[in-house]
Design a protein around this ligand. Structure first.
Ligand SMILES: [Zn+2]
Length: 176
């Protein structure tokens, strides 16, 4: 892996202080190719943004993978800031201005979904909504421990996302 380029003391687009650190790094994701990783982080206002980009141009992509065991937790996932992550019957994470791109694995994706469900559970006053979130968290936990199956779909118009597995179904994403 190449050494990351780091630029400190940059002006933050959010708070205007010169406390922003920019990071750029090149990394190789097996079976997907060379990637750029970008990151910025402000120590004053905690603004944090990251993204990933394949060096080569990619086509809009739809990726579907069936998670069916503990070993699937290690499957590498590249998620760009433009990707929508769908877990049917559970959750859809739409991209937005605050979305980040990152390289993780299936367990990392499920843990993020779990954290989002935890905050739903805590912010909801409605008892049935709380119960629903609680059951969904249980389902995620059972999937992480290999006792439940789950489908994960990633749709990325930029094509910069990938799921690195023989089990993944790759399709061209149709434009809306
Ligand atoms: Zn700032």
């Amino acid at each position: 892996m190449a050494k990351p380029n780091v630029l400190k003391g940059q002006q933050c687009p959010m708070c205007g202080n010169n406390t922003l650190t920019l990071m750029e790094e090149e990394t190789e994701v097996p079976y997907f190719g060379k990637m750029y990783l970008f990151g910025m982080q402000c120590s004053s206002c905690k603004y944090n943004k990251s993204d990933v980009e394949n060096i080569e141009d990619q086509d809009p992509v739809k990726l579907t993978v069936e998670i069916s065991g503990e070993e699937d937790m290690k499957i590498r996932v590249v998620k760009s800031s433009q990707a929508t992550v769908k877990i049917p019957h559970l959750m859809t994470i739409e991209p937005g201005p605050g979305s980040n791109g990152y390289i993780t694995n299936i367990e990392g994706i499920l843990n993020r979904v779990k954290n989002m469900l935890e905050s739903v559970k805590e912010s909801e006053d409605d008892k049935s909504a709380q119960k629903k979130a609680k059951n969904q968290i249980k389902k995620i936990n059972r999937t992480i421990h290999g006792s439940e199956k789950l489908k994960i779909i990633i749709e990325d118009p930029s094509g910069n996302s990938a799921i690195i597995s023989d089990k993944v179904k790759k399709e061209k994403l149709k434009k809306k």
